[in-house]
Design a protein around this ligand. Sequence first.
Ligand code: NAI
Ligand code: MG
Length: 344
Amino acid sequence: SKLRIGLIPADGIGREVIPAARTAIEALGSDIPKPEFTNLLAGFELFTRGGVALPEETVEALRESDCALFGSVSSPSKKVTGYSSPIVALRKILDLYANIRPVVSVADAPGEKSSVDLIVVRENTECLYVKQENLEFTENGKEARATRLITERASHRIGRMAFELALNRPRKHVTIIHKSNVLSVTDGLFRETVRAVPSTANGRYDGVTIAEQLVDSAVYRLFREPHIYDVMVAPNLYGDIISDAAAALVGSLGLVPSVNAGDNFVMGEPVHGSAPDIAGQGIANPIASIRSAALMLRHLGYHQPADRIDKAVDEVLREGQLLTPDLGGKSSTQEVTDAIVKRI
Ligand code: NAI
Ligand code: MG
């Protein structure tokens, strides 16, 4: 049998770190079905060349694949007519409703601020990311509005995902992140729906404890006492922000992986963006992407091969000899990748 893996490096350092993740998967040898990689196009640079950011062939090829790895896209901060972020689109088209982002510190690794072991479970299809924005010219000047969509269906399924993940963790603790003191209708629906998940599960989640925290103080407490968190479940925007913040605690955004998961497909993706400040220099940290490959394999049930990758990464971090500049080292993407592959 084969494992068909779509690779979408897209823009910036995505093109440097996705090949690294591919090598890590190849190093597993016969521990997984023979991987069959397909390189697929998407991204802002592709758009500037041909006017299309997410070609139909890419979507079709993904539908034929078992899983995928996505690099990063460079989305401009100004509106560009005809352009829409391909990663936001892919999450919707493939109904990858959960963005699962484990943030774990490796004991004694360089750059680490404190001991952290948590998972951010971010709703991936709605909230402000439905991107329904409009601009009006009124007698008082410009007025911009955005629609924020929260549905019971999406909140329930992300809540269920959070409880399922908590079941397999020692602490079995879910914290719901919201701001329903201000947004009582939208965040209120999210909070209540997630809270009600256990009551629909026939006692399955009896061993899981639930807490909640307003998003602003959640970031504060995350910095001061990260150990209080185990599984953090959040609407799309808060989940995006919280996971970048949590990445600071473990030393670098270049370390934190994620998967975009639906009921039928999984796509690994580093949490970081295209890092234009370092793109093209061969110094991007490949670990977030390599760990994303491990997370993707774990999601497909290949636990032991995923462990092999994670252990190799942990070793390289602990040894501290071969590190990219974001962790205070002098090594290149290639050197770090080689060191990890050797240990796999
Ligand atoms: P970013 O995550 O690209 O970079 C933030 C900082 O972290 C930069 O200083 C960068 O050099 C560093 N960094 C990130 N990944 C690293 C790695 N693997 N190794 C070493 N250093 C790393 O976020 P930024 O600068 O806010 O956004 C840049 C572009 O990326 C924007 O166009 C944005 O739209 C896009 N972006 C795309 C995402 C995606 O494709 N899912 C997610 C976040 C941002
Ligand atoms: Mg982000």
